[in-house]
Design a protein around this ligand. Structure first.
Ligand code: GDG
Length: 498
């Protein structure tokens, strides 16, 4: 088995990764379990920090960053342009700030540091929107290894993506990868749609996309959790209020404007107003640790949430009942499973989310004999696999308020049926299968076997004949491009004469 080189914005200390949760756990597991190198920023900002001075410690290779690089690359282009746009928030994107140059420059210097550490048979797996230009920068240094890219956040509609002034440069950078992995089939359709309409990409018969003279595979690999972290927890006694009859709704979200927190608090307030019989019977515990506080767009959200929590508590609260418990601190990971299991409802209602691991963690922690109910936003990637949750539109406050009531009144039988279906989905795409399937596909790229053949060639040829088009033979990527098949709006499976 070849060595895998993982590249991500943050590299975690292998001892601390398990507490960090999320994908850090998965990457740390990959590093521990096979021949691997993990390269990226160690989280330190130093006056003389540079992405081109590498510190090696075992299988980790890390760099520090200067204040200016951190501002332009991380806070700037990554989190003030790409994060909002990819989450449909063009209104808070800071396009004019001139961050793009620093973003590319940091990627260039990261590539310059990484290139000398690479071996001929390495496969390289790059993570997330901070590092889109990395493969192109490696290629310009002569790196020919298979390089895969995984986007943890959603890919927006083609019109939204084209609002980024540098969208063509980003598309060219994406074309330098051999494999692009996305969370959902909807994201795959959006990316292919953009490539077709925005930069004249063409699908070839084996299912890959020809773009800027290269062939790129695009597929969905839904990210999952490690079930063992959440199975069989004890109910967290410290969380249960004095009145044992009180049902808890739990929310665990970084305090990010994409997570739909104001809408969630409003929906809970509306629920208490509309169904007063539940006053004193239900609490909402919202854990919302701080995140990216120095990014402009995050400045108002904390105050907005505190005001909303205060207003619901002031309006409905009693001496012995506080309706909303709002915790603006991180909670130790070891407590999360017990908190989820103690909660009758998991409320995961982001306005947009790549996947949302909290939805999966909540389900995995439930007692199979007496499971709670997951209320899930239709705009979380998780909704594609978790249709047995109560799916809601987080903007529809009335609907969310009603969903809380439905969840509270749901029969044990229905809760079990839904739980079993949800658990099957959480088990099917756990974190191990996510890593293995992506890496296996990247290995196939190296072996020259990354061919999907999604179309039976006979019907395809007939359809193209009808349109007067020719089937694009599989040509080496560096040969001049012939006219291929036009992409359909949904990306795969059809022929469009436009
Ligand atoms: C990005 C994408 C995608 C949260 N609060 C605390 C805490 N957490 C943990 C959760 C979970 C993780 O952080 C959050 O993961 P999410 O998936 O919910 O969201 P993002 O951080 O936005 O992650 C997302 C993900 O990447 C993976 O691809 O699903 O769509 O946006 O594990 O449990 N952990 C602890 N204390 C907290 O207070 N210990």
């Amino acid at each position: 088995m070849s060595r895998v080189v993982l590249v991500s914005n943050r590299v975690m200390d292998l001892r601390k990764a398990p507490q960090a949760g999320g994908v850090a756990v998965a990457l740390a597991d990959v590093v521990r379990s096979r021949s691997a190198l993990w390269f990226g920023w160690n989280g330190e900002i130093r006056a003389n920090g540079q992405p081109d001075l590498v510190e090696r410690e075992g299988r980790l290779a890390t760099v520090t960053m200067s204040e200016a690089d951190y501002r332009g690359y991380y806070l700037g282009y990554a989190n003030s342009v790409l994060w909002p746009v990819f989450h449909n928030r063009l209104d808070v994107a800071e396009f004019e700030a001139g961050f793009f140059e620093t973003y590319v420059d940091v990627n260039r210097r990261l590539a310059a540091s990484l290139a000398p550490m690479l071996r001929a048979d390495d496969i390289i797996w790059v993570h997330d929107y901070h590092l889109i230009p990395l493969a192109a920068e490696l290629r310009s240094r002569g790196v020919t290894n298979p390089i895969g890219f995984y986007l943890h956040i959603p890919f927006p509609s083609w019109q939204t993506f084209m609002a980024i002034p540098e969208h063509q440069e980003l598309a060219r950078a994406l074309a330098a990868y051999d494999l692009i992995g996305l969370q959902t089939r909807a994201d795959v359709a959006n990316l292919i749609d953009y490539m077709a309409k925005g930069v004249s990409g063409r699908i070839v018969p084996d299912g890959r996309i020809r773009l800027f003279g290269r062939l790129v595979s695009i597929a969905s690999f839904p990210v999952g959790i490690d079930l063992a972290d959440f199975a069989n927890p004890k109910r967290d006694a410290g969380l249960v209020q004095a009145r044992t009859a009180v049902s808890r709704i739990i929310g665990v979200d970084r305090l990010d404007y994409t997570k739909g927190l104001p809408q969630k608090l409003k929906a809970f307030g509306r629920f208490l107003e509309k169904y007063p019989q539940y006053q004193r019977q239900v609490v909402l515990t919202q854990i919302a640790p701080p995140t990216r506080e120095s990014v402009e767009a995050y400045s108002g959200i904390r105050q907005q949430l505190e005001t909303l929590a205060g207003s619901v508590n002031g309006r409905f609260g009693e001496l012995d009942w506080v309706p909303i418990h709002y915790i603006h601190r991180s909670t130790p990971r070891r407590r999360l499973a017990g908190i989820y299991r103690s909660s009758r409802i998991g409320m995961v209602t982001p306005l947009r989310d790549g996947m949302n691991l909290v939805a999966k963690e909540y389900v995995a922690a439930q007692d199979p004999e007496d499971p709670g109910v997951l209320i899930l936003s239709q705009f979380a990637g998780a909704a594609e696999e978790m249709g047995e949750a109560l799916i809601v539109n987080p903007y529809n406050i009335e609907q969310c308020a009603d969903a809380i009531r439905i969840a509270l009144e749901m029969s044990l039988e229905e809760r079990r049926t839904r739980y079993e279906a949800l658990m099957a989905a959480v088990r099917k795409y756990d974190v191990t299968s996510w890593c293995q399937s992506f890496l296996a596909r990247l290995e196939r790229v190296r072996a020259g076997e990354d061919i999907d053949r999604p179309y039976p060639v006979g019907p395809l040829r007939a359809a193209l004949d009808k349109l007067g088009e020719k089937l694009d033979p599989l040509e080496p990527a560096d040969k001049p491009t012939r006219k291929g098949m036009q992409l359909t709006p949904s990306g795969v499976g059809g022929v469009d004469s436009a």
